[in-house]
Design a binder for this molecule. Sequence first.
Ligand code: PLP
Length: 286
Amino acid sequence: MPRIAYVNGRYTAHADAAVHIEDRGYQFADGVYEVCEIARGYIVDSTRHLDRLDRSLRELKIASPMARQPLLTVMREVIRRNLVENGLVYLQVTRGVAPRDHAFPADTKPSLVITAKRIDPLGGIKRAESGIKVITVAENRWERVDIKSVGLLPNVLAKQQAKEAGAQEAWFVDPDGTVKEGASTNAWIITKDGVLVTRPADTGILRGVTRTTVLDIIKKHGLSIEERPFTVEEAYDAREAFITSATTLVTPVVTIDDRSIANGHPGSIASSLRQAFFDIAEKIKA
Ligand code: PLP
């Protein structure tokens, strides 16, 4: 069955879907994106994802391409046309097409692309059962990583470095030795005293939607949580470590820079947070 993409008002064959060469996303990475998980026929945490999309657009002064309800209708239609029960729906909004000039063009319509893809949930389950490897890399991104911008070159390079090192994620580390976040995930540890630790989302990281929903689970279960920066040394010494994102949910980390975390097996708290996630997260029928 051919995949279908939505591009600026049209449903087209994914293989032929294209944007103009002067789209500002292509020319300047002048755009933002969102990714929602689709699980068991539901779109997960759509309100938080679309709220963050609105925020990213506002921060960059890009007009909203569509109101929330029609946007959800298009998302559902793309999901339906691609027969996705489990997978991802991806939205990208750029400032639109205009003659190449750095400053904002006047009266340009934003571009909107929506795609959906099927993913076998077994892959994620297997990765969660074995745990993943992480490497640390020096932070080299701009300061506004709280905006979910399509300007992801440092993230791409970090992920490639991880892949070449036989790892699945790279954690950006500030000059003071504290961990920021992964190339496409948020970073967490659990200390020897059983305290969950993750960096505050006010500056320096993307406020992950999965992170926020995991915080809901932690509060509901009365677990100890500290939102503060943690160092790489603390992470090496942790009882557990894990990552969160819409694409990985909660996935345990068993190795950081080739050092085993605790006994080198996925931790029980990370595994139970993963189990609890679907029930607690917001779900709307796809
Ligand atoms: N941090 C970065 C840099 C990301 O790119 C992502 C997701 O793409 C996340 C964190 C996790 O965010 P979410 O849980 O909303 O998927």
